[in-house]
Design a protein around this ligand. Structure first.
Ligand code: MSP
Length: 520
């Protein structure tokens, strides 16, 4: 058998200066749904997430709370991990930028760029936004010298810094983006980056004097400075790939050959706000280090409330875990992925949340209860041994639609396709009216065969639906699989080939109970 293809996919690492909120949850759930679809397709997946723990924002937030930066990031790493566990995120590694292996890889990376003449010493004069951890020039700034991204006040900086010769990579970057049309997805974001690169690209300040910011990774070539937080953060993707072995003999640390590791990443999933660091700084740094570039970047949109950005300072951030307490994990995952066309912005509203919840309850939940309920009632819980091919054309059409949508990163469309199949299966029940066959089967064996065929078709479709809904609703689909007498959720391939005749099923409680539907 050939080795399964390997897919390394990453979320951003989240600032450990605040609690997880809906924005973090969205990026992470999006990545999880994609990871689960890929695993369903038999791909070998390595899924990375984690926390970004250095930088000025962390340092300031810790002192505001009367904690050391280490205490604050330890607390927040626990809180992010707990959130991902509750949201059923199937990550393979949770990296922290304070992890020893990461500190070593960043140090080796810095040394390599220094040795290759990619870093020089200079003076930085400009403006800095602590919240975004980004440098701005005077002409970028908004009114009253505010940050053009978040509108918060910026600080003037005038100090010795080390710079990375990013400008030297401008042409190569433009060429790479033009030659690889799907490298940045969606196209609108690709055009944005090309627009940005049409202006002269400046070199990048990559350090801070410890006298101003003592919290960070020390430069190996100047002990009085720490690395700029974005420089440190981006390298997390390389650290976790296992490509760099800092203890290897000189020249064999892995910079020359990444074979056998997870590098290069297959896909970095990020929000639109952090496109420049990922699509400009990061590839330029990799080029300078002589490493291969990631195969792609998927940049998603933002959740807004009405037409306002959700942000902590506006006090309108929705806590996904609060919603979860009320509705359960899977409906939150379903809503976030089904409601937002992947790549675009979407508006968060309680009404839409309820509509999406009802869709789960009335279409999928209802189909599961009536299928399993009728099997219990008419066949004593035993799935009839019929071909059950009544919905095969609809199943084939759905599988093609879903796999096309996943390949194009249109996850909302993949989920819509799954729901459409459940709707059709409900339509099939109405058309076949199995209850009339049940009434007549005692006197007419032909009716018994029809009823068997209907039930077998429905159970078979339900197995396919369990696989199709698993990426978005993993917990509920585990429950459904158990009720169907399966020891786990089948993969798509298994579900479509599965023989279910003779299995014992159990209706159980509604999968999506009608509770607390008012969000008021
Ligand atoms: N630490 C950096 C990333 C470094 S990656 C090498 C960072 N962290 S963050 O905590 O601000 O989280 C960023 C992620 O959350 C981005 O993908 C961003 O788009 C996402 N979101 C934050 N608020 C959001 C919404 N309201 N809606 C959707 N996602 C948003 O940036």
């Amino acid at each position: 058998m050939s080795r399964p293809q390997r897919y390394y996919l990453t979320t951003p690492i989240y600032y450990a200066s605040g609690d997880p909120h809906i924005g973090h949850a969205y990026t992470t759930i999006l990545t999880d749904v994609l990871a689960r679809f890929w695993r369903q397709q038999g791909r070998e997946v390595f899924f990375l997430t984690g926390t970004d723990e250095h930088g000025q924002k962390m340092f300031e937030e810790a002192s505001r709370r009367g904690l050391t930066p280490r205490e604050l990031c330890d607390q927040m790493a626990v809180s992010f991990r707990a959130a991902w566990q509750e949201l059923d995120i199937s990550f393979d590694r949770f990296i922290r930028t304070t992890d020893a292996d990461h500190v070593s890889v960043v140090t080796a990376f810095l040394q390599r760029l220094w040795d290759r003449g990619e870093i020089y010493e200079g003076a930085y004069r400009g403006w800095y936004c602590v919240y975004e951890e980004r440098y701005w020039t005077e002409k970028d700034l908004g009114l009253d010298r505010t940050c053009p991204d978040c509108g918060r006040p910026t600080h003037k900086i005038d100090e010795k810094n080390y710079f990375f010769r990013m400008s030297a990579y401008q042409d190569r970057l433009i060429r790479h983006i033009k030659e690889n049309p799907r490298w940045i997805w969606p196209e609108m974001r690709r055009n944005e980056v090309l627009g940005f690169l049409a202006q002269p690209l400046a070199d990048l300040s990559i350090s801070r004097p410890k006298s101003r910011l003592p919290w960070g990774i020390t430069l190996p070539f100047d002990g009085d400075h720490v690395a700029y937080v974005w420089f440190d953060a981006l390298i997390n993707y390389l650290t976790a790939s296992g490509a760099i072995d800092v203890d290897g003999p000189p020249g064999e640390e892995g910079f020359e050959d990444t074979t056998g590791s997870w590098w290069p990443a297959h896909l970095h999933i990020i929000g639109k706000d952090i496109l420049t660091p990922h699509a400009v700084y990061w590839p330029a740094l990799l080029m300078a280090a002589g490493l291969p570039l990631p195969a792609g970047i998927l940049s998603h949109g933002w959740w807004v409330l009405g037409d306002r950005k959700m942000s902590k300072s506006l006090g309108n951030v929705v806590d996904p875990l609060e919603l979860r307490g009320r509705f359960g994990t899977d409906p939150v995952r379903w809503y976030l992925l089904r409601e937002m066309p992947t790549g675009q912005d979407a508006s968060f509203t309680a009404d839409r949340f309820v509509i999406r919840y009802e869709e789960l309850a009335n279409v999928l939940g209802n189909l599961a209860s009536r299928t399993l309920g009728m099997t219990e009632k008419y066949r004593d819980g035993r799935v009839p041994d019929s071909a059950g091919g009544g919905l095969d054309p609809q199943i084939a059409e759905t599988l093609a639609r879903v796999s096309g949508a996943v390949a194009d990163f249109r996850l909302h469309e993949a989920l819509a396709g799954a729901m459409e199949l459940a709707r059709r299966a409900n339509g099939y029940v109405e058309e076949r009216e199995p209850w009339t066959h049940a009434k007549e089967e005692a006197s007419d064996p032909a009716q018994a065969a029809k009823l068997d065929e209907t039930l077998a078709t429905l159970v078979r479709t339900l197995a396919v639906l369990a696989a199709l809904f698993e990426p978005a609703c993993p917990g509920k689909m585990r429950e459904l699989a158990t009720r169907m007498g399966l020891d786990r959720v089948p993969t798509l391939r298994e579900a479509s080939a599965m023989r279910l005749g003779g299995r014992r099923v159990k209706k159980g409680e509604p999968l999506f109970p009608r509770v607390g539907l008012s969000t008021g």
